[in-house]
Design a protein around this ligand. Structure first.
Ligand SMILES: [Zn+2]
Length: 527
């Protein structure tokens, strides 16, 4: 099929409207330039998919990082005090690089490889564009949120752009030779919120001290600086920080067509749409390069092993990861034993705490976004959770320790009710535990009943109030909820005479154990 390239529309995401932003009283759509220039008038980026929100957040952060290039604390404080992004610097960036943001540019298509044809060409492995939208079924992936067939999938240019900007942060493994993006199996990303989109983005900018230590200063393949070519399966060693934020983990070329259709993702009528594309393995970071840690992800480090990011886990409420995601680890930096676990919160939070950037607020909002997979190609669900964190907690190690202990106590009690339940009702047959489903439902119910009390507890710890009484109140709540979850679940075991006897005995056992744990935690008794 040959058609003159001029026939292809242009859709330049620097100025064309494709980002939905929330503003007081509604939403608006805009391009990158407008979003940055008016960021102080908007509340946040909006999209039904949190992955798209995080993808756009990273792209805007990368642009601002390049345009403003803050070097020290004073630069960030000055920016925050100004209350908006400087138009001259945004315009200067646009003048130099706007051409690199055209989705359908024949020679420099945004986040695509220009050596591939913009039409399905002989020899190309053509795929459905559904692979770009994690919320539309494609290939072998699990269908969720929407049922439909791949063939029917059409994306409008705005939704195609949204799909492309998810790749650097969320590309997952996908069968033979298809590797995840620079951060491996996607971590939970922690995004600073704030009172406006401006504050959220300004607080995401990093001075060189807080950028990834493994970032290269020798080579810079940031999207708008590099040649618009992505080699299939290429391993790269030297990755700059901005290259990481725009990391082309897939070699893509969209096939735009003039058509009359409604976009399968947003439902809008579109004159230009994308049904097919080339979508194959792009760049990955070579395994022998120094460990890459993303400044928006948190890591768990066991002994002297390489850090592993905190990722969404099945059945684990995100607030249970609160200390790893938000708190500074109090562990000493001395010789670490092989099993000792230390946590490393996102670098962006270290910068906020060290520079005192969270401001004079009761609590600072963060948004956590993740994608739960089977560590391979299967995608199970999104994670999208908001947390309000008092600035005091970000900076103060002792208050952090109180929160850490609070979560540890809740975990101990979860273990206790699980053990009592298993021994009372689980039966004696090895590997054939009775009521295992009930037990796990009990645990889920217990953890979700503690989510709101935990939120209140965190806010109270940030207050100058009596920390000891806050701690005691938390211990009481945890024990109450543990007991309630146990009682409620044991009722479901049955009410014949045998079951009733078992239940009475188990309840006594459970109460005794919880009371003992409480006394120990309050300091009245040793284990
Ligand atoms: Zn659309």
């Amino acid at each position: 099929m040959t058609r003159p390239l001029e026939a292809i529309a242009s859709f330049n995401i620097w100025m064309e409207p494709w980002i939905t932003v929330e503003r007081p009283g509604g939403v608006a759509r805009c391009g990158i330039e407008h979003a940055l220039l008016h960021a102080h008038e908007y509340i946040a980026i909006y999209d039904p998919s949190p992955l798209v929100v995080a993808g756009i957040h990273r792209l805007l952060t990368a642009v601002l990082q390049a345009a403003l290039d803050p070097q020290r604390r004073a630069d960030l404080r000055k920016l925050l005090a100004a209350g908006c992004f400087p138009p001259t610097q945004i315009a200067a960036f646009g003048k130099q690089f706007a051409r690199r943001f055209d989705l359908f540019s024949p020679a420099e298509p945004f986040m695509q490889s220009a050596d591939l044809s913009p039409y399905p060409a002989k020899g190309d492995k053509v795929k459905t564009v559904a692979y770009l939208a994690q919320d539309i079924p494609s290939g072998t992936e699990i269908t969720h949120y929407r049922h439909g067939s791949d063939d029917a999938c059409v994306l409008c240019p705005a939704c195609a752009a949204a799909g492309l900007v998810m790749i650097p942060a969320f590309a997952t493994s996908g069968g033979a030779g298809i590797k995840p993006s620079i951060n491996g199996v996607p971590p939970i990303y922690v995004l600073p919120g704030g009172t406006s989109l401006f504050e959220s983005l300004a607080l995401s900018l990093l001075t060189p001290d807080y950028q990834p230590r493994a970032a290269s200063d020798k080579r810079d393949d940031t999207w708008w600086l590099r040649k618009p070519l992505v080699q299939k399966g290429k391993e790269v060693r030297d990755v700059s920080y901005l290259h990481s934020l725009t990391f082309p983990a897939r070699r893509v070329r969209l096939h735009p067509e003039r058509l009359t259709a409604n976009c399968s993702r947003c439902g809008r009528a579109t004159e230009w749409g994308v049904r097919t594309m080339v979508f194959e393995m792009g760049e990955s970071r070579s395994k022998d390069a120094a460990v890459w840690t993303d400044p928006f992800a948190a890591y768990r480090i066991t002994g002297n092993k390489p850090p592993t990011p905190i990722r969404p886990q099945e059945g684990k409420a995100t607030w249970r990861e609160f200390s790893g995601l938000f708190l500074q680890d109090a562990q000493p930096a001395t010789a670490v034993s092989k099993k000792q676990v230390t946590m490393q919160r996102p670098g962006v939070l270290n910068q906020m705490a060290d520079y005192g950037l969270a401001g004079d607020v009761r609590a600072f909002p963060f948004r956590c976004v993740g994608l739960r997979t089977d560590m391979k190609a299967k995608v199970f669900e999104w994670l999208d959770a908001g947390f309000d964190v008092p600035p005091k907690l970000l900076a103060d190690v002792p208050s952090g320790l109180v929160v850490r202990n609070a979560i540890a106590f809740a975990t101990t009690c979860a273990g206790a009710i699980g053990t009592v339940f298993r021994s009372a009702f689980g039966g004696n047959v090895k590997n054939q535990e009775r009521f295992a489903v009930l037990k796990s439902r009990m645990q889920d119910g217990y953890w979700s009943s503690l989510a709101e009390p935990f939120r209140q507890f965190v806010l109270a710890i940030g207050e100058p109030a009596d920390a000891e009484s806050t701690r005691r109140a938390w211990i009481d709540t945890v024990v109450q909820q543990a007991r309630a979850a146990f009682l409620e679940t044991s009722e479901a075991v049955g009410d014949d005479a045998v079951a009733l006897r078992e239940r009475v005995r188990a309840e006594v056992h459970c109460n005794n154990l919880l009371n003992k744990l409480k006394r120990v935690e309050l300091g009245g008794e040793t284990k």
